[in-house]
Design a protein around this ligand. Structure first.
Ligand SMILES: NC(=O)c1ccc[n+]([C@@H]2O[C@H](COP(=O)([O-])OP(=O)(O)OC[C@H]3O[C@@H](n4cnc5c(N)ncnc54)[C@H](O)[C@@H]3O)[C@@H](O)[C@H]2O)c1
Length: 348
């Protein structure tokens, strides 16, 4: 598939490397309002460089675009691309408002073109292992989920917009938390109700919570708890634990690890761990970017299959998953105001 990349910043550059390494995609053109950035990234594949995404849509024959601009631009670019007959993979959060996210999903349905959300953590090996373990039945019937995603906050950000509520649509929950919200939903099946609380006592950024807490209930009555944090003083933490009636499985990144505790055929409790030493060494030598690029590459290959066969597959997050994650973060904000649980909308 011929891919146009829109937004050649920190994530766009990694996306370009992943497209260049993918077996199914080729980087045909790059757009950035900063021509130097667009040109530098386009050079990696001898693609064309533009400063306006409309020029890309009208003058290049691309099959799909990857959108990695800041969130407020996602809706306009994604809807334009879909209406121009082009499939889209859009970075997280799908949009900075729930209404924009809904319009994007509706545009995909209305045009028949595909929309995927860049929830690449689903492709990180420890989280793939988690999903596979649940599917295998090793921990029995799923009972509840416990999740945390956090970092130390303001010093982690490269750009001011990353902690601006008007740009991102929230704070920790819409930043690192949105990946974990997606993983909780991916694990639980679906979320029906959310009771939550968002606090901003530390950074006092006016609408960007530094901590978001959610208690979620699945339609079957299963529970999940989640914390997204910008005051994880110990450093980056991204971990999910899933408890079943016969064991539990834990998955984390930074460091990448799994622990599985299960009951064997003789009723004995067993423990298994994965340490991903090769990846740890690779990250020490080459940085975490390699791990993220690899997850982008696997995601691109699934995205290409989705566009060509119309089947989303087991791992790729579609546009609806992106909408639902924004809806869950927004439900925490509403619940903070009302001090009541919030029911999510009916599937559409
Ligand atoms: N998947 C992940 O793990 C992950 C991690 C961090 C950020 N993100 C998301 O990726 C997206 C980009 O984040 P980033 O950190 O690369 O930001 P960035 O600021 O580094 O890059 C954004 C780029 O978009 C360009 N841009 C702005 N307006 C444009 C327009 N109208 N047309 C074309 N280009 C335009 C900017 O010039 C810039 O080069 C955001 O949605 C962010 O939330 C995803």
């Amino acid at each position: 598939m011929r891919i146009g990349l829109i937004g050649a910043g920190n994530i766009g550059r990694l996306r370009a490397n992943a497209i260049n390494r993918s077996n199914s995609c080729e980087l045909a053109a790059v757009v950035d309002v900063d021509l130097q950035r667009a040109t530098a990234v386009a050079k990696t594949s001898r693609g064309a460089a533009y400063t306006d995404y409309q020029t890309l849509l009208t003058s290049e024959s691309v099959d799909a675009v990857v959108v990695s601009t800041p969130p407020p631009l996602h809706e306009e670019i994604v809807v334009s691309a879909l209406e121009n007959g082009v499939h889209v993979l859009c970075e997280k959060p799908l949009a900075n408002t729930l209404s924009a996210a809904r319009r994007m999903v509706e545009a995909a349905a209305g045009t028949g073109n595909k929309l995927a959300t860049g929830f690449n953590f689903r492709y990180i090996p420890s989280f793939r292992y988690l999903r596979k373990t649940l599917d295998s039945g090793a921990i029995g019937e799923l009972d509840h989920v416990r999740a945390i995603a956090g970092h130390v906050g303001l010093s982690e950000f490269k750009a001011e917009w990353e902690h601006d509520n008007n740009v991102v649509g929230g704070g920790a929950l819409m930043d690192i938390g949105i990946h974990m919200i997606d993983l909780v939903r991916y694990t639980l099946g679906e979320v029906a109700d959310v009771y939550g609380m968002a606090t901003e006592n530390i950074w006092k950024l006016g609408g960007s919570e530094d901590n978001g807490f959610a208690l979620m209930r699945s339609p079957e009555g299963r529970a999940a708890t989640l914390q997204a944090s910008w005051s994880e003083w110990k450093g980056y933490k991204f971990q999910i634990e899933v408890y079943g009636d016969r064991g539990m499985v834990q998955a984390s990144y930074g460091p990448m690890r799994n622990t599985l505790i299960y009951t064997d055929g003789h009723g004995r409790r067993q423990k298994k761990t994965n340490q991903y030493r090769k990846i740890a060494v690779q990250e020490k030598l080459l940085g975490w970017q390699r791990t993220i690029e690899k997850s982008f590459q696997l995601e691109m290959d699934d995205f290409a299959r989705y566009c060509q066969d119309g089947v989303c597959g087991g791992t790729l997050a579609d546009g609806y998953a992106g909408f639902r994650a924004v809806e869950i973060a927004n439900a925490v904000y509403s619940s903070t105001e009302s001090k009541r649980a919030v029911s999510l909308s009916e599937p559409f």
